[in-house]
Design a protein around this ligand. Structure first.
Ligand code: ADP
Ligand code: ASP
Ligand code: MG
Length: 408
């Protein structure tokens, strides 16, 4: 007998047939003698519909109220999945995030989990009941509902698995594992048998949305080993775990893309202390998430800084930088550009192999794809390219690193 925590994402509970399928799968685990807790997302598309509903009545919906609204999506699914299991004769109870003891803090719509009190979940599990927990939501110290950011049910699942000391944690989704690239974009992407927390964390933070990045961070912190697999078949999935020596023999584990990026460049910045802080401080104050930051040493006494952000934030960034520009003096000018894509390659093998960047840039150059900005970390290289070329760029680089072939 094992204690199994499963998470079913939006597509996996996206129709009544799918919900019945989830119930059948959970029942099979129970029949085999396992204890099961299941975290579910809202039915596919429901969270987007709720967001659209808010826009109908408010130009700037308050985040506290957004959380009240958005959390209803998951509340629908827990009751429906529970009913489907009861229909199959499996004793089951549903729990909201608050009832499951998911305590959160921080900003509404992107709260973090502080701790989980698994008392109620454990009580039901010990009574032999299946527990269906609403993903994506928790409750803060004031008793207010908070949500965990898009894709946050992954985080709920990892947190529940940690809190009940699950033997197995499975993230069930519409692909049967983590692939070398998004299989919707790169058709010869391969399923990875395993990947390290750090690699998946890097991939998730640069657009690989199969797992929410904060959930991977949480799993690493609390040592929750988990598997990503399909809710529609029984194929073995991808194990996400601590890295081990043999993982370093593969240089690049995966390729990831992000679309809808924009670039802002400020030129003619006087080469004096405090200038970068002024610029980035203004963006931080406006709560604009900037991503790549590229700066060059000053030339003729003037520096330049470029950074990328989501296109949706471009207008606000320009507004936030306007007063700063006046402070920087008459030489400073702002340039911006939308329609940018970001391509990243990730692999812990990069630590021990050289020439990876050269190989990537050569492949892109040979395909006639121009590189804009470049940033690197210990296990990641990211470049910007014209957004219309982003999918081609992903395929070219995927092939250049032989990711379409099994490792030798
Ligand atoms: P869920 O609703 O189950 O949370 P998501 O839509 O959030 O599922 O994540 C699954 C999707 O992630 C897949 O349909 C796939 O298109 C996408 N994806 C992007 N990159 C990858 C990758 N490297 N491996 C697997 N899936 C990926
Ligand atoms: N329903 C939420 C979303 O669509 C959370 C999740 O599915 O993980 O982002
Ligand atoms: Mg998801």
């Amino acid at each position: 007998m094992a204690l199994i925590v499963q998470k079913y994402g939006g597509t996996s509970v996206g129709s009544f047939d799918r919900i019945r399928n989830v119930a059948q799968r959970v029942k099979a685990l129970v029949v085999d003698g396992n204890q099961v807790a299941v975290v579910v997302s809202a039915m596919g598309g429901v969270t987007d519909q709720l967001l659209a509903m808010a826009k109908q009545v408010s130009s700037n919906p308050p985040e506290r109220e957004m959380d009240v609204l958005l959390s209803t999506g998951e509340q629908q699914s827990i009751s429906l999945v529970t009913m489907a299991l009861l229909e199959l004769g499996v004793p089951t109870v549903s729990l909201t995030g608050s009832q499951a003891g998911l305590h959160t803090s921080g900003t509404h719509t992107r709260a973090r989990i502080d701790n989980i009190d698994a008392t109620i979940t454990n009580k039901y599990l010990e009574e032999g009941k299946v527990v269906i927990v609403a993903g994506f939501q928790g409750v803060n110290e004031e008793g207010l509902i908070q949500t965990l950011g898009r894709g946050g049910s992954d985080l709920s699942a990892i947190a529940v698995a940690a809190s009940v000391h699950a033997d197995v944690c499975q993230i069930l989704t519409d692909v049967d594992g983590v692939y070398t690239a998004d299989p919707r974009v790169v058709k010869d992407a391969r399923k990875l048998p395993e990947i390290s927390y750090d690699e998946l964390l890097e991939l998730a933070s640069v657009g690989t949305k199969v797992m929410q990045s904060r959930s991977v961070e949480f799993a690493k912190k609390y040592g929750v080993k988990f598997e990503v697999r399909s809710s529609l078949n029984n194929n073995p999935g991808t194990i996400v775990t601590e890295e081990h020596d043999s993982m370093e023999s593969v240089v690049i584990r995966g390729v990831s893309i992000e679309r809808s990026q924009a670039r802002v460049t400020i030129i003619g910045i006087p080469d004096e202390p405090g200038m970068s802080a002024r610029i980035l401080g203004a963006l931080a104050e406006a709560e604009i998430n900037i991503d790549m930051i590229v700066s060059n040493i000053a030339h003729d006494g003037f520096a330049r800084h470029s950074f990328t952000m989501h296109t949706n934030d471009l207008g606000r960034a320009q507004a936030a930088l306007k007063p700063v520009l006046a402070d920087l003096g008459p030489t400073a000018q702002i340039e911006s550009e939308a329609g940018i894509g970001k391509l990243s390659v990730v692999g812990i093998g990069m630590r021990s192999h050289s020439g990876v960047a050269a190989q990537m840039f050569t492949a892109l150059g040979a395909a006639g794809i121009n590189i804009g900005m470049i940033t690197t970390s210990e296990i990641k290289i990211s470049v910007t390219v014209d957004e219309v070329q982003i999918e081609d760029a992903a395929r070219v680089v995927h092939t250049a690193f032989n990711l379409d072939r099994p490792p030798a």
